[in-house]
Design a protein around this ligand. Structure first.
Ligand code: ACO
Length: 399
């Protein structure tokens, strides 16, 4: 039987597929999406049921190991992650070396890349114990790195993790606690953040996950691969959309222009004007995560007693867009990030931390895909083809 590489060589046929719209690069059993129906499942379980009943770490286990953990497996996993939250003291120097106004996504990817210099005992891609250790290290340390990037940007001292707290509560305290006074976690914020992180945990072959897989296909270690994934997530067409949505809503508010007018500018394709948080490569129906996030936005803001004009603007934008032919014809619906920013803002996170929160949420998916790829005997180094359209052969001028 002919493999695809031989077939390509023999026939000379190549598929030109900008953006990989119809090219599968792998088989995967982690996440199922039906974009036409608006269905998302992790390992077969509907996202709605997971968001209702699971925790961030239980969902991470499900994605990484394939089945739900037993109570003792989950307790053991949780305990291991708590024990690995500390960062090497020398790693903290990195935070002081960056300019104070450095974007926390750049700090995050750099610090994760640096992890491979501090933890050389878990760089193997084939030793299961080392893979396990880097899995736990990443899950434990990424939230701490993220919180330190935040603290640095606001000029406050880093706190040591409090490992008596749950994953999400520890993260909230590291971000909002100070040494000056005790910090009480608000259960409404904690529950809502856990839910948002769960909704972001995996989304099959999106740009950042594909990046993790592509880098990992060279047998680069997990820290290096995840660091590359963080950089891919940074862009405004991917994870950076949550930050971009809030800027867009803020601009509409500041300019005093009507929402309808903004929508007209989007439809006229004015340079740089898109409806951020709308549209998706795969969903041609309402993103099931966006539905859940929208519910959370109302609940969280009500529970915190916050009224935000930006939420009103977002709702008006959605209403106008959903009844407009331009958006209907192109099947453009709100995606997961249309409402997240409003919630993160109400929780007290600065806008520049929004994509960092996405990265913490997406980490289990990146790890699950990296591990699936590394144990799949069919894996080959990723190496796309191109169609050369440059100059034909020509002689270099003799001098
Ligand atoms: N606002 C206005 N028009 C849009 C939007 C949008 N947000 N998204 C797509 N369109 C239009 C395009 O202009 C194009 O119109 P045309 O056929 O007249 O040229 C048509 O819809 C198809 O759009 P493409 O860009 O070809 O769709 P693609 O699948 O390549 O892009 C993407 C998907 C990048 C998500 C796009 O919808 C977009 O830019 N959205 C805004 C950014 C965003 O929210 N990103 C987050 C994605 S989800 C995530 O990463 C968590």
């Amino acid at each position: 039987s002919l493999d695809i590489a031989t077939l390509t060589r023999q026939t000379g046929l190549t598929t030109l597929d900008y953006g990989f719209v119809n090219t599968a690069a792998t088989r995967s059993s982690i996440t199922y999406i039906d974009g036409e129906q608006g269905i998302l499942r992790y390992r077969g379980y509907p996202i709605e049921q997971i968001a209702q009943n699971s925790s961030f770490l239980e969902t991470a286990w499900l994605l990484i190991y394939g089945e739900l953990p037993s109570a003792s497996e989950l307790a053991d996993f949780d305990e291991k992650i708590r024990r690995h939250t500390l960062l090497h003291e020398d790693l903290k120097h990195f935070f002081s070396a960056f300019p104070r106004n450095a974007h926390p996504m750049s700090v995050l990817s750099s610090a994760v890349s640096a992890l491979s210099t501090f933890y050389e005992d878990s760089l193997s891609v084939s030793d299961p114990e080392q893979v396990e250790l880097s899995t736990v290290r990443l899950l434990a340390k990424l939230p701490v790195i993220a919180a330190y990037a935040h603290k640095k940007s606001i000029g406050q001292a880093f706190l040591y993790p409090d490992n008596s707290l749950s994953f999400v509560d520890n993260f909230l305290r590291l971000n909002f606690g100070t040494y000056a006074e005790p910090y009480e976690v608000n259960p409404v914020v904690s529950k809502a953040l856990e839910r948002l992180l769960i909704l972001h945990e995996d989304h099959e072959q999106n740009a950042s996950t594909s990046t993790v897989r592509l880098v990992g296909s060279t047998q680069a270690n997990m820290f290096a691969s995840v660091s590359a994934g963080i950089n891919a997530l940074y862009g405004p067409l991917h994870g950076g959309a949550n930050e971009a949505v809030l800027s867009m809503l803020g601009q509409i508010k500041e300019s005093g222009e009507s929402v309808q007018k903004y929508v007209e500018r989007v439809k006229n394709k004015e340079e740089g004007v898109r409806l951020m948080g709308f549209g998706h490569r795969v969903y041609k129906n309402y993103d099931p995560r966006a539905k859940l996030v929208k519910e959370s936005a109302d609940e969280v803001l009500a529970a915190l007693g916050v009224h935000d004009d930006l939420l009103d603007i977002a709702k008006e934008l959605e209403q106008i867009a959903l009844s407009d032919d331009y958006f209907k014809e192109r099947k453009l619906y709100p995606n997961v990030d249309f409402y997240t920013g409003v919630i993160y803002k109400a929780m007290g996170f600065p806008t520049r931390m929004f994509t960092v929160l996405f990265a913490i949420g997406r980490l289990p998916g990146w790890i699950a895909h990296w591990r699936e790829m590394n144990t799949d005997p069919a894996t080959k180094i990723g190496r796309p083809q191109q169609l050369y359209v440059g100059s034909p052969a020509r002689d270099f001028p003799t001098r």
